[in-house]
Design a protein around this ligand. Structure first.
Ligand code: KIV
Ligand code: ZN
Length: 511
């Protein structure tokens, strides 16, 4: 029997720390459900002490996720730990992940604490966390630049205090594989009772080594890998889940362990995270890039046709490519629609929402004859992000674009329930649509990102648009999908405005 390698996903916490990747509670719930479907062992759902929004998101995830452990991050202080403990209270399995920095530079310049004080604080943190759960993870922030003797000392102390998982983060992505593996090996050899805990790794990608460092550490005895979908994360990101999982699975001849991950859920997870955050996946990205399994050269194509394994070390279907089989069409009924939603894990809150979504499915099926799982995902995410009660809603649109003429957009928008007509011209129809919306919304926001992706193949595919807006230091992503990309763009812009509106409304109800 091989050891189990625990997959700890931190897309919703470290991933969300990427500038511009902030997610709403509903988006986090959708991602958490997909991670659970993929059989991720631990979902780090957020940092509850950071804001009320973070607290609520972790709590909502703890309420619905049953199979994966739901983890909350906390600095090693009483307030953070109590917030984390309260947030995970509803979880079937809840973990508190507490951390304190251990490198000389962090202790001296950031914490302004002596090494003795740091050890003392870490031990007290474990004590507070034990009031909520036995499943406690301790991280030595910037372990990659910490003194090995000091790491041994602090880890011995927190293990004695009750920590069950010991994480050794390369916080600034400074390590190289041999060195990082040696650190893990030394810690396991030298720390008393090291066999009673799980050794975990958390690598950042500043030198492009996050995956290599994590895998070297697994060879040295680590049995938990911390990672994110698409490698999302602070600065250059974290180790990519899909690369770690598939490296270990494909090279079972060299790795002494394997994960429980259902790899066919990898590509849907990648698309979901990319759609929600607006961070596109580069075409040549391993496993989840559009070209990851495409063979261009004649010699390769010939080889693959004769015998697949000549140039392919994994099968595209194994990681969820090609799962976009035709599922429904314009003649499909309400029951088929409902059961396919269930099969791909989309939860419909009420019969009303189902009826509404089914009507929109029929409209889509009229425009686009073949409906794939990705279309359903986009349709339902649109349905969930633009419900009837949203402040801004697109009711109708007309665009004009002709050679030699200035493009124009005419929109009818519901603003707080009031039907409003607006029009503008622009350098193109998308620009005109955004200006028309701004003429009524007067949000004064800055457009940080505009991106369009085809959801499936073919010219009748739906375009999925992401719009990132900034207003007074707040950054939100809006999404919209439609077979008409100008309409999708207008929907995405309005979705981003709704998110800003909801944020301000919650903070200050009279605004
Ligand atoms: O990179 C890091 O050190 C972290 C810790 C909080 C684990 O994200
Ligand atoms: Zn990190």
């Amino acid at each position: 029997m091989k050891d189990q390698l625990i997959v700890f996903d931190t897309t919703l916490r470290d991933g969300e720390q990427s500038p511009g990747a902030s997610m709403t509670r509903e988006e986090k719930l959708r991602i958490a459900r997909q991670l659970e479907r993929m059989r991720v062992d631990v979902i780090e759902a957020g940092f509850p002490a950071a804001s009320n929004g973070d607290f609520e998101s972790v709590r909502a995830i703890a309420e619905v996720i049953k199979e994966s452990t739901v983890c909350a991050l906390a600095r090693a202080n009483e307030n953070d730990i109590r917030r984390a403990g309260e947030a995970i209270r509803p979880a079937a399995r809840g973990r508190i992940h507490t951390f304190i920095a251990t490198s000389p530079i962090h202790m001296e310049k950031k914490l302004r604490m002596t090494p003795d004080e740091v050890v003392q604080q870490a031990v007290r943190a474990i004590g507070w966390a034990k009031e909520y759960t036995d499943d406690i993870e301790f991280s030595a922030e910037d372990a990659g630049r910490s003194d090995i003797d000091f790491l041994c000392r602090i880890f011995e102390a927190v293990i004695e205090a009750g920590a069950k998982t010991i994480n050794v983060p390369d916080t600034v992505g400074y390590n190289v594989p041999e060195q990082y593996a040696a650190t893990i090996r030394t810690l396991i050899e030298r720390v008393p009772d090291s066999g009673k805990v799980i050794w975990s790794v958390h690598c950042h990608n500043d030198l492009g080594l996050a995956v290599a460092n994590s895998l070297a550490a697994v060879m040295a005895g680590a049995r938990q890998i911390e990672c994110t979908i698409n490698g999302l994360g602070e600065r250059a990101g974290n180790a990519a889940l899909e690369e770690l999982v598939m490296a270990v699975r494909t090279r079972q001849d060299v790795f002494p362990c394997d994960t429980r991950i259902d790899a066919t859920q990898i590509v849907p997870a990648s698309k979901l995270v990319s759609g929600v955050t607006g961070f596109p996946v580069q075409p040549n990205k391993a496993i989840v890039g559009a070209n990851a399994f495409a063979h261009e050269s004649g010699i390769h194509q010939d080889g693959v046709l004769k015998h697949r394994e000549t140039y392919e070390i994994m099968r595209a279907e194994e990681v969820g490519w090609g799962a976009n089989k035709l599922v429904l069409g314009k003649h499909s009924g309400r029951n088929a629609f409902r059961s396919r939603l269930q099969e791909i894990g989309i939860v419909v809150d009420s019969e009303d929402q189902l009826n509404h979504a089914f009507a929109r499915f029929k409209e889509l099926a009229d425009k686009k004859h073949e409906i794939f799982d990705e279309d359903l995902q986009a349709l339902m995410s649109d349905e969930q992000v633009t419900p009837d009660h949203e402040y801004f809603r697109l009711l109708a649109s007309r665009f004009h674009s002709e050679t030699g003429e200035t493009p124009q957009a005419e929109l009818t928008i519901s603003v707080g329930g009031q039907e409003t007509r607006t029009r503008s011209d622009g350098s193109g129809p998308v620009d005109a649509a955004f200006k028309a919306i701004e003429a009524v919304a007067k949000s004064g926001t800055e457009l940080l990102l505009y991106s369009v992706n085809a959801i499936t193949t073919g010219t009748d595919a739906q375009g999925e648009v992401t719009v990132r807006l900034a207003q007074e230091g707040k950054v939100v992503n809006g999404q919209g999908a439609d077979t008409d990309i100008i309409v999708a763009s207008a929907k995405a812009y309005l979705n981003a405005l709704n998110k800003l509106h909801n944020k301000f409304e919650k903070l200050n109800p009279q605004v």
